[in-house]
Design a protein around this ligand. Structure first.
Ligand SMILES: [Zn+2]
Length: 222
């Protein structure tokens, strides 16, 4: 007996990205959740999970574009959310926009930001307040150090606040050649120690500068 009107999930049929995204959103809405797992989508979605993944590269990328949360992590610390904001800022060389959260560079989608800060504007404001705050860690100056070799008082990696301050001071442009990712998306900015850390250069604002990867590489080849 032939079953009539049996619904066959279209596999790999011509489906636009917009259709998939809007279906993902509607499934999330049905579930009342900020994310959609593949198994939940398998039951409720219009399209095959493989079609979705194939269209966007990965499942998470599709979720990202749909502005859904793709991390199962809950309670992501504010520091990690700030770190991600700064990474985006450094990548684009300008203040991040909400839609940048859907870009490859962002570790988190909008969900975690909304959970912690309600709105993207609030998140940015909180980030700037945080970044302009004082670092709690004081340099570890040890007056009783009788070792002749000068011991460094700072660690190699600048804190988030310090990174932000260096980049801000240098207008998110390379101090040497003036390149900026805001003008050329291929430019990658680094934080460079003017006096190398390995030569007792400290990780302090005065000894740090913004360099593009080309100039930084050129410097280390000298
Ligand atoms: Zn440069």
């Amino acid at each position: 007996m032939i079953k009539e009107f049996e619904f066959i999930r279209p596999l790999n049929t011509l489906v636009s990205e917009e259709e998939i995204i809007s279906d993902l959103k509607s499934v999330a809405k049905q579930l009342g959740k900020e994310t959609v797992t593949q198994s939940a989508y398998g039951k409720l979605g219009k399209y095959d999970c493989t079609t979705v993944s194939r269209k966007f590269g990965t499942w998470n990328k599709a979720l990202k574009i749909a502005n859904l949360s793709f991390s199962n992590e809950v309670n992501i610390s504010d520091e990690r959310l700030y770190e991600n904001i700064l990474n985006i800022w450094q990548h684009f060389g300008r203040q991040p926009r909400r839609r940048d959260l859907t870009s490859e560079i962002s570790e988190f989608s909008q969900g975690p930001y909304n959970r912690s800060f309600k709105t993207w504007t609030n998140a940015l404001q909180s980030f700037v307040d945080y970044a302009n705050g004082e670092d709690l860690k004081m340099p570890n100056t040890n007056e009783n150090n009788i070792d002749n070799k000068r011991s460094k008082t700072t660690g190699r990696d600048p804190s988030l606040r310090l990174r932000y301050r260096v980049l801000q001071r240098d207008y998110f442009t390379c101090k040497q050649c003036g390149a900026s990712p805001s003008k050329n998306p291929n430019v990658v900015l680094h934080i460079d120690h003017i006096i190398p850390w390995s030569k007792n250069g400290e990780t302090v604002l005065e000894n740090l500068q913004t360099l593009c990867s080309n100039c930084n590489l050129g410097k280390s080849n000298l």
